[in-house]
Design a binder for this molecule. Structure first.
Ligand SMILES: NC(=O)c1ccc[n+]([C@@H]2O[C@H](COP(=O)([O-])OP(=O)(O)OC[C@H]3O[C@@H](n4cnc5c(N)ncnc54)[C@H](OP(=O)(O)O)[C@@H]3O)[C@@H](O)[C@H]2O)c1
Length: 403
């Protein structure tokens, strides 16, 4: 059956910056043909007004073809719905059971995670989860292991695990998926560095960021998954995550640094006296003795997004998965030969397009399993408990300063 995407949060930041441009990319590639999108959000918008929103979203990220645009808009239908109002779901189910009754329904929750449970419960009680429905959700999956379990319980009442697509867009990065190509074998590796440093600050996402912090934002999900992707040919991602030892309190204290940039607490949505980290650096280890260094944060001196693997003989490789998208071989600890990654053009747009396409094909390989999330929280909860108990000093840094 043809997939129907029901995009909850169709006027939000994620939809505007990533999903709509990716859908347009699919349109230009011919892969949106015959497929439809029901865009769901709270604002009262006419179809035309929503088309203007689509146009604004595409203009912000670059070029689109005016002559194609009308045909692109033809794939969308806007549906106003208040997530908390049961009546609106009844109307939505009339639409989905009417003209769209022969489509496979993919409910994509591009909304703040604190509304997931309410939406899922309302979808369930209006009978929308019955049949073959699929759900696509974005990380973070819960706030800790406990809230993840609560979310899972509600999800399991709506659909089975095989119909849940948990998105971590790092799994859509071709350059990271190509990592195993460079690995001789696991037992030759001594150290791995995975890094996500950004120049941009928290901007207007104070509410979201302050409850989560840098490690929950990128460390405990994206960076751990990037590490797991290295060994994809030898063991599945879950096995690689299981290899990471839960660090003891003493190990966390001695191996981590956390910081917060000056001025962070003045951002709207951030609590007075917040102790949330905007920067972290921590070294973990695996059961077979690989040292894993994770670093990430915001308001930093330069963009650094890389995976570096060092072998026992001091050679290795370095993959820049940021805007530059390049791969370098390392000889004797020095960067040696670098070449651009062949698939670098439009990579941000391609990532989501690829993930949507794989979900439509029911290919779960590109999505995070519930067991992977459990492993992520095993590590994250242990680390955050120590940091939030103030056992590690939170240093202040100036935005843009080298630290
Ligand atoms: N933004 C990113 O780059 C990014 C990256 C990775 C993951 N994520 C995840 O993606 C999800 C969405 O994030 P976002 O930044 O796009 O959020 P956002 O900008 O706050 O968007 C929220 C969307 O939900 C709708 N909405 C909120 N409350 C509603 C209600 N009661 N009834 C109906 N509609 C309601 C809004 O509609 P109205 O506009 O009509 O109010 C809007 O379309 C989050 O889980 C986030 O963690 C985001």
């Amino acid at each position: 059956m043809t997939p129907l995407l029901i995009l909850f949060g169709a006027t939000g930041d994620l939809a505007s910056r990533k999903l709509i441009p990716s859908l347009y990319y699919m349109f230009t590639q011919g892969t949106l043909k015959g497929r439809r999108i029901v865009s769901v959000a709270r604002r009262d918008l006419s179809g035309e007004k929503y088309h203007e929103f689509l146009k604004e979203s595409l203009s912000k990220v670059g070029k689109y073809d005016e002559t194609d645009f009308k045909a692109f808009c033809g794939h969308f239908e806007y549906f106003q719905l208040d997530f908390s109002s049961q009546d609106s779901y009844v109307k939505l189910s009339e639409l989905l059971d009417g003209p769209y009754c022969n489509y496979t329904k993919f409910f994509y929750l591009a909304v703040p995670q604190n509304i997931y449970v309410e939406i899922l419960q309302n979808l369930s009680s209006s009978g929308l989860g019955q049949g073959d429905a699929r759900i696509i959700i974005e990380k973070p999956f819960g706030f800790d292991r406990k809230s993840f379990d609560e979310l899972e319980l509600v999800l399991s009442q709506f659909v089975s695990e095989s119909h849940i697509y948990r998105i971590d867009h790092y799994l859509g990065k071709s350059i990271l998926r190509s990592l195993p190509r460079f690995i001789p074998n696991r037992d030759q590796i001594s150290e791995v560095y995975v890094n996500s440093n950004e120049i941009l600050g928290v901007e207007n996402r104070g509410d979201f960021y302050d409850i989560n912090g840098a490690f929950r934002d990128v460390g405990g999900n994206h960076l751990l998954e990037a590490f797991a992707l290295i060994f994809k040919e030898e063991q599945d991602r879950l096995e690689s995550l299981k290899q990471i030892v839960t660090p003891s309190d003493e190990e966390i204290v001695s191996s981590s640094r956390i910081g917060q940039y000056e001025g962070y607490s003045e951002i709207e949505g951030v609590q007075d006296g917040s102790i949330t980290e905007t920067y972290f650096n921590i070294t973990l280890k695996t059961k077979d003795g690989i040292k894993l260094n994770l670093e990430g944060g915001k308001g930093l001196a330069e963009i650094k997004k890389y995976v570096k693997v060092i072998y026992k003989d001091n050679s290795g490789f370095y993959v820049d998965y940021g805007p530059d998208q390049k791969v370098c071989e390392i000889k004797d600890g020095e960067e040696f030969v670098c070449y651009d990654f062949e698939d670098s053009k439009d990579h941000y747009v391609r990532e989501y397009a690829m993930l949507l396409e794989e979900a439509f094909k029911s290919n779960k390989e590109y999505f995070i399993s519930n067991e992977e999330v459990e492993e992520q929280w095993r590590i994250t909860d242990a680390i955050l408990k120590v940091w939030r108990d103030r056992k590690v000093n939170l240093f202040k840094y100036k935005k843009g300063e080298k630290i």
